[in-house]
Design a protein around this ligand. Structure first.
Ligand code: SF4
Ligand code: SF4
Length: 431
């Protein structure tokens, strides 16, 4: 085991390989608050990559209903239980037990518990596996959105619909969790592969399985805590999300003859406009190059409005989520770590800059590498009650936000207020 630094945990952790980082990293933000569960993303991915024999249960993108749903069924509950079993009562943040100097802590503080690389597997001999995990049974893969739209909570009675639906937290709640491979900085799949068949590309951090080296041992399926590596029985090798790398490289000539990198299929297809994908530049030690004009850097590191999914697993996932504001906080904190309350407060009453950047979600297909804001006039003002009960004034300005592609060419321009056009009464289609 080597010592590597995981900034999401605010500390060093054990990992089976030496620390190494790509020049830039495939990264994305999903805004859970806006997802309508339409599964357009799911089908965009399936119809592109996993429509063949042996891929029936392969959903590289899936959208599941929380808290009961999951693909495979109960994937996160099972892993959390394994970690708890291995380190009973110790899976906590900011308890001070690691002796970590607070000055070196990450943006969410310090995780004092054990990651999947550090915990001893209670189910088996440690020597057999480098990573804590489990292999789902066949029936756990049978439904990609089991318990669709099934709500949790108390306080609901027939005839009392809506009674408890008042912010900041609903008594009865569910939400959609959008999931793809996180192209992790410290992938569990890669760590567990005995064939060395899984690698992380140095140019963009995309994690791939070399199909010619894979022998189908399924160690990656067992070790990926997000269960995003899949076994294909017809070819007897494993497959996973490839981050639509031909699009990422700007090599899809039909779509971008100018060679401009474009977002993946699932991102481009998103009807709810909840997805934003990009690249962040990284230093040799894995830290992110400070760049507040990169929309991903801005949302994740500067505003900290988007948080990693189960950072305590330890893989440093590169997918980030704006948490749903109506969901009980303990549930969200277990899922996204201690930054939840701050992220929701910032989303509920966004800064002028954040409101402008939120308009970039699904505004265009090419990847936005940089943005600029041109200030517009003030169009609205109102008092907002934050989840803490504190009151704050929200001012809305009709700013224009401009996105630039890799070649620094303008690729999108949009405003905070959607432009409206009133047709003249004599228009032939007027009624
Ligand atoms: S999400 Fe799973 S499959 Fe994807 S890189 Fe991380 S560990 Fe590997
Ligand atoms: S396409 Fe967008 S809105 Fe629809 S389910 Fe997927 S992430 Fe949600």
């Amino acid at each position: 085991m080597s010592k590597v630094y995981n900034w999401q945990l605010g500390r060093q952790m054990e990992y089976p390989h030496e620390e190494a980082h790509p020049q830039s990293q495939f990264t994305f933000v999903f805004n859970i608050n806006r997802c309508i569960g339409c599964q357009t993303c799911t089908m965009a991915c399936k119809s592109t990559w996993t429509f063949s024999r042996g891929q029936e249960q392969m959903w590289w993108n899936n959208v599941e209903t929380k808290p009961y749903g999951g693909y495979p069924q109960s994937w996160d509950v099972k892993l959390l239980a394994l970690l708890e079993e291995a380190n009973a009562g110790g899976q906590v943040w900011n308890a001070g037990s690691t002796g970590q100097d607070e000055a070196d802590a990450g943006p969410y503080g310090v995780f004092d518990g054990q990651t999947i690389f550090e915990a001893k597997n209670p189910l088996k001999d440690v020597a057999q596996s480098r990573v804590l995990g489990y292999l789902p049974s066949d029936d756990e893969w049978r439904a990609p959105n089991i318990y669709e739209d099934t709500a949790a909570g108390q306080g609901w009675r027939p005839g009392e619909y809506g009674k408890t639906a008042s912010l900041p937290e609903h008594d009865v709640w569910f939400f959609y969790l959008q999931r793809i491979c996180n192209h992790c900085t410290y992938p569990g799949c890669l760590a567990a592969c005995p064939r060395g068949a899984i690698y992380k590309r140095p140019e963009d951090g995309v994690v791939l399985i070399d199909q010619s080296r894979c022998r189908g041992y399924r160690k990656c399926v067992e070790a990926c805590p997000y269960k995003k590596s899949f076994y294909r029985p017809t070819t007897r090798v494993s497959e996973k999300c490839i981050a639509c790398y031909p699009r990422l490289e700007g090599r899809d000539a039909d779509i971008t003859p100018d060679g401009e990198p474009i977002e993946t299929r699932c991102m481009s297809a998103c009807v709810g406009k909840i997805r934003l994908q990009g690249m962040v530049e990284t230093e040799r030690d894995g830290s992110w190059v400070e760049d507040p004009s990169n929309p991903l850097y801005f949302l994740i590191r500067e505003e900290q409005v988007a948080l990693p999914l189960y950072p305590q697993f330890g893989t440093e996932p590169n997918g980030y989520y704006i948490p749903p504001r109506w969901v009980p906080r303990p549930y969200l904190e277990q899922m996204f770590g201690p930054g939840v309350e701050q992220a929701i407060e910032r989303y509920v009453c966004p800064s002028r800059r954040l409101l402008a950047v939120l308009q970039l979600f699904r505004a265009t297909r090419p990847i936005i590498f940089r943005f600029e804001i041109i200030e517009g006039e003030k169009v609205h003002e109102r008092e907002v009650t934050l989840p803490s009960g504190e009151s704050k004034t929200l001012e809305i300005f009709n700013d224009t936000v401009i996105g630039y592609g890799r070649s620094d060419r303008e690729i999108v321009r949009t405003t905070v207020e959607e432009p409206t056009f009133e047709r003249p009464a004599q228009h032939p289609n007027s009624i």
